[in-house]
Design a protein around this ligand. Structure first.
Ligand SMILES: NC(=O)c1ccc[n+]([C@@H]2O[C@H](COP(=O)([O-])OP(=O)(O)OC[C@H]3O[C@@H](n4cnc5c(N)ncnc54)[C@H](OP(=O)(O)O)[C@@H]3O)[C@@H](O)[C@H]2O)c1
Length: 366
């Protein structure tokens, strides 16, 4: 007999096809087999679209899955969300056995899907490759349990750790391969965020034009006084995706009205001595169903987020260049006096991207 894990690996590969389309939903894959013969596969491609189980069932005739086994990376849903409950579709199709990768941490599901299947006489096996299933959806697990986005901080620095020259020129620190990778990261994210230093200095468009993408990205910035010039790109959202500016109470109300009139969303958040309240910013992004947030600097915002323990993952491009002491530091002050106090990172991978290195790391939580 072919072990369930083999089918789960296939279901995981299906699930990954949804990368960049499902937020704030998880990526989910499904395989339907009978006696080891695969009848259909499916995945969740986009939020609001069919769930993986329903996508796979739709490829079979009404009776085609009767008595078969369904292998699915995440517990089938039991509630009416954007789509009807998958448990109902599974029962209607007459599936005899369900292998579940992991329970859904969504409080609306959290074991209810499995319980309903069992109550209806369906045999359920779970978990199956739970670490791999959880790793696939780390951002979703964080989002659904905390209502805060998973935060990926991306920076590109010279070998001596500078993200711009002394006069603020950062075009371009890293090369074409890195730029392509950044656009891929944007295409996988639900929103991108920059600080006002970057907003004013670089006038970025923050789009993902270099790669195919399924959805429009929310483009957000911290701009305490709403200093964004109306001639800057983000002041004219156009068709490139919505723009959201976080500002403090001191922002000028006429400027706010002008920006709103141009289709730029403006949200006031409390200001602290260290700048706008980052927990409030993340909470607002969570309310807007941002599951994956890509932060693209600059150094001031990077320092605030890292110092507050709000970064989940770093994508750091290192270019074989030296800028010298007058360049802009990658990360603002962290209050580290002794090396023993340095923020420790866990290295996940180091790879070459053209002439540059890409270091992927995660802050180690105390
Ligand atoms: N190489 C790279 O990867 C890269 C990436 C991005 C930028 N850059 C370069 O970096 C430079 C900009 O970096 P930067 O450090 O000057 O500016 P930044 O990090 O982009 O923005 C910092 C500014 O954001 C606003 N802000 C509001 N609340 C904040 C909070 N809680 N924490 C931090 N900032 C908050 C503040 O300005 P207000 O009070 O005015 O709102 C603050 O001065 C530019 O030269 C840019 O070209 C390089």
């Amino acid at each position: 007999m072919i072990p369930a894990e083999r089918f789960m690996e296939l279901a995981l590969a299906e699930a990954r096809r949804g990368l960049g389309g499902t937020g704030p939903n998880p990526m989910v894959g499904a395989v339907i087999h009978r006696d080891g013969l695969v009848l259909a596969t499916g995945y969740h491609a986009r939020v609001g679209g069919p769930h993986a189980e329903v996508d796979a069932l739709a490829k079979l005739s009404a009776d085609g899955a009767r008595g078969a086994t369904l292998v699915v990376t995440l517990e089938p849903c039991s509630h009416h969300g954007r789509t009807p409950p998958c448990v109902d579709a599974i029962l209607r199709a007459g599936i005899a056995r369900v292998v579940v990768g992991m329970l859904d941490p969504n409080p609306l599901v959290a074991g209810r899907g499995v319980a309903l299947l069992q109550q209806a006489g369906v045999e359920v096996q779970q978990p199956c490759l739970p670490e791999a299933c959880a790793a696939l959806n780390e951002p979703y697990v964080k989002y659904i349990t905390t209502r805060r986005p998973w935060v990926t901080l991306k920076l590109a620095s010279s070998l001596d750790g500078k993200i711009a020259t002394g006069c603020g020129d950062a075009r371009w620190v890293s090369g074409d391969a890195a730029a392509l990778q950044v656009h891929r990261l944007r295409a996988q994210a639900d929103a991108v965020l920059v600080g006002s230093g970057t907003l004013l200095q670089d006038d970025p468009s923050l789009d993902c034009r270099l790669v195919p993408h399924r959805r429009q990205l929310l483009r957000a910035a911290l701009d305490t006084r709403l200093a964004l010039p109306l001639t800057h790109k983000l002041a004219s959202p156009g068709g490139l995706g919505p723009v959201l500016l976080f500002h403090g109470p001191q922002a000028d109300s006429d400027k706010r009205a002008a920006l709103l009139g141009r289709g730029v969303d403006c949200v006031e958040v409390p200001a602290t001595a260290a700048g706008l309240s980052l927990p409030e910013v993340l909470a607002e992004l969570g309310r807007r169903e941002v599951c994956r947030l890509l932060v693209e600097g600059g150094g001031g915002l990077a320092g605030s987020l890292l110092g507050a323990g709000l970064v989940d993952e770093l994508y750091w491009f290192v270019a074989p260049k030296l800028v010298g002491a007058d360049g802009v530091c990658s990360v603002g002050a962290l209050g580290v006096e002794r090396m023993a106090q340095a923020l420790q990172l866990e290295l996940r991978s180091v790879e070459r991207q053209g002439q540059d290195l890409l270091v992927i790391a995660r802050p180690l939580r105390p």
